[in-house]
Design a protein around this ligand. Structure first.
Ligand code: ATP
Length: 363
């Protein structure tokens, strides 16, 4: 067992003579036994990163190592890695047993009986032992997913790579499999890199998450760190639902101003923004408080534009009487209606500040 390291890894594609940078100088060490979720919007380079680790794609620059062993120059079969795909990639003409045996028959010299008991044990662990005789076409999506997992598990690899493995399942099964997968990974202790574009999946499953945008790693952190201390505006906007509210503000000493409102800063925040002319003020919807009156600091008279029920909470869209709209989430019991005047408190300790041009966090 060993750490998996990406050391300044880049991937360039040639698209009809023009260079596509799919992954740009990514460095991260995934610790032995860790569950790392690689998350980001469509086209940010998640699959390409995973495929380079698997050996399905060459590395243009940099190195990939397992412990001290360089692996980016090894063929996929010598990498001791098992990959689970979104499409499951099961062989349709083979039974479940056949599918689970297949990788082992190729890669080990285990006796037939030994392979059989390993397959049966794993199938039992995954609750698919009564399906061993069926073909993939005779299984539900969730059962096929378990077979794909089983096939990876029997190989007892050093690393699991998973590319959106739950995205073809319905919402209920997806959340059930999320928990199962996490437990399984913890029990097996196999280093795992899991790709998803779904930030909820990332936040709930990962020991740490690596957030990618435009081929560049933005932050590698625990889900809570990424939520509370986003490294930049992109991470702040990507993590959290509904997304963080952002306001473009001019800096005037200890006060920020835009066309709709002004915001006074604590000495600590004033220090953080000193030297900048423009900053982005961010506040999460769940940190905006609706209060009885406008007497306290950082409290603004606003008009309720739309109320969107979200089950146990409501998303309340507010404006300052102009175009500048922002959202607050409040408990479902708090009744507010469109057109109503309400007071919104934007607490200073919950405010995030970002450099307006680089997007880097200042506070
Ligand atoms: P998705 O969530 O949509 O699957 P992703 O984050 O996995 O996206 P990648 O599939 O890794 O993104 O693609 C990253 C970038 O590299 C994209 O701009 C994509 O168009 C480009 N790309 C991927 N494969 C190739 C290729 N074979 N040739 C040229 N460009 C490619």
């Amino acid at each position: 067992m060993a750490d998996l390291t990406l050391d300044h890894v880049s991937k360039f594609f040639d698209d009809d003579g023009s260079k596509v940078v799919a992954v740009d100088d990514a460095s991260v060490t995934i610790e032995d036994g860790e569950f790392l979720v690689l998350v980001g919007p469509s086209g940010c380079g998640k699959s390409t990163t995973l495929r380079m680790i698997a050996g399905l794609e060459t590395v243009s620059e940099g190195q990939i190592r397992l412990g001290d062993d360089r692996m980016d120059n090894k063929p996929p079969r010598d990498r001791d890695i098992a990959m689970v795909f979104q499409s499951y990639a099961l062989y349709p003409h083979m039974s479940v047993r056949g599918n689970m045996r297949f990788g082992l028959e190729e890669s080990t010299d285990m006796a037939d009986g030994e392979i059989d008991s390993l397959v049966e044990e794993t199938a039992e662990m995954l609750g698919i032992d009564d399906l061993l005789g069926r073909k993939p076409g005779e299984l539900s999506g969730g059962q096929q997913q378990r077979v794909a997992l089983g096939r990876a598990i029997v190989r007892d690899p050093e690393v699991f790579l998973m590319d959106e493995p739950l995205s073809n399942l319905d919402a209920k099964l997806r959340s059930q499999m999320r928990t199962e997968l996490q437990r399984l990974q913890e029990d097996l202790g196999v280093t795992t890199v899991y790709v998803t574009h779904d930030q909820t999946e990332a936040m709930t499953m990962g020991d740490r998450i690596a957030i990618l945008n435009d081929g560049e790693l933005q932050q590698v952190a625990t889900p809570l760190e990424a939520y509370h201390r986003p490294a930049n505006r992109f991470v702040a906007g990507f993590i959290g639902e509904p997304s963080m509210n952002f306001f473009q503000m001019e800096v005037h000493g200890d006060t920020l101003a835009d066309d709709s409102f002004t915001y006074s800063l604590s000495p600590e925040s004033e220090d953080a923004v000193s030297g900048s002319e423009h900053v982005t003020l961010g506040i999460r919807p769940e940190d905006v408080e609706l209060v009885a009156d406008g007497s306290a600091d950082h409290t603004y008279e606003t008009t309720v534009d739309v109320v969107e029920p979200m089950g146990n909470e409501n998303a309340v869209y507010l404006d300052f009487g102009d175009e500048s709209r922002f959202v607050a989430t409040v408990g479902g019991m708090r009744r507010v209606e469109a057109g109503e005047t309400v007071y919104a408190h934007i607490p200073e300790d919950a405010v995030h500040l970002f450099d307006a041009s680089s997007g880097d966090a200042l506070k």
